[in-house]
Design a protein around this ligand. Sequence first.
Ligand SMILES: O=c1ccn([C@@H]2O[C@H](COP(=O)(O)OP(=O)(O)O)[C@@H](O)[C@H]2O)c(=O)[nH]1
Ligand SMILES: O=C(O)[C@@H](COP(=O)(O)O)O[C@H]1O[C@H](CO)[C@@H](O)[C@H](O)[C@H]1O
Length: 322
Amino acid sequence: MWMHRRTSAASDWPVEKLLAAKGANLISVVLPARNEEETVGSIVAEIRRELVERVPLVDQIMVIDSCSTDGTAAVAAAAGAEVAAQDAILPHLPRMSGKGEALWKSLAVTRGDIIVFVDADLRSFTSSYVTGLLGPLLNDPEVGYVKGCYERPLITGSDRVEGGGGRVTELVARPLINLHWPLLAGVIQPLGGEYAGRRSLLERLPFVTGYGVELGLLLDVFQTAGLDALAQVDLGRRVHSHQSTQALGAMSSQILLTSWSRLQRHGRMMPLEAPATELTQFRRDAGGVGGHDVQVSDVQVDERPPMIGIPAYTDSRRSILS
Ligand SMILES: O=c1ccn([C@@H]2O[C@H](COP(=O)(O)OP(=O)(O)O)[C@@H](O)[C@H]2O)c(=O)[nH]1
Ligand SMILES: O=C(O)[C@@H](COP(=O)(O)O)O[C@H]1O[C@H](CO)[C@@H](O)[C@H](O)[C@H]1O
């Protein structure tokens, strides 16, 4: 089963093991950042301290300034990152927007043979996010793309709901994936913003702009390189700045548009199958696969015909009305 074969934990990939396996691979860490001055500096500083200065694992830290209007670029540079303004990369191309645009353009300003993507709004970042994601890529040439998975609390002000994070994941992306791409049902965090890939794969894939980028890449890696090119690593816990439910409505719409585009595109290559009717969900459980307990439920729906066609109904209506 894919999940058992391709799921590991960050602790499986100590930095010594990675240094021994690094070889000639150059490694770039990319942070897409739009107005993240509060958090981007500490993330860059941790990567620099632990994975550049302490050990020569990471070769480049690149912050893509995604049209920020705050001090993101200055804070990132002061912490030791290279900084590139999204719209200044490949400026001759028509301008596009959003997170996917920032990530696509990062390919044009990075040196890495392996690229690690890390959100810049994380409040729980540790360098083991990066070493965990690199593990399967440096260990197995068959792996081309690695997703992080983690416990995702929803922390708003003084409120904390364990497992309440990943709202678009749980309500939109996971059901969509289970119904239309059931072989990917074992991916614990399909939308998580921490993932890594080989440039030789990433440069051959389209990048959906906006917030469709994670779903688009996951589906296209699956379609292009196959399930076994995909791996996932339990990175522990992820705390980040949350958008409002209203804002996640727009994100959900972009996820739905991305899934439509892939259903159409894949549907042109082979007949669209009827949706599956099982939903696989995950609950943090230390003893489970990838640190999660797997729960599968049947979400099949049936259907009743119009009541008017039911003889007993029309008989009963007559007696009620007589
Ligand atoms: O146009 C954009 C939108 C978002 N981001 C970055 O992408 C990451 C994830 O975005 P966000 O926090 O808005 O999404 P969420 O984590 O709430 O799903 C963060 O580092 C953002 O700064 C970006 O670079 N450009
Ligand atoms: O996973 C999710 O449902 C969303 C929203 O997370 P929260 O409900 O704010 O914890 O966050 C992710 O989705 C975005 C779209 O793919 C990614 O770009 C973000 O990096 C990721 O945090």
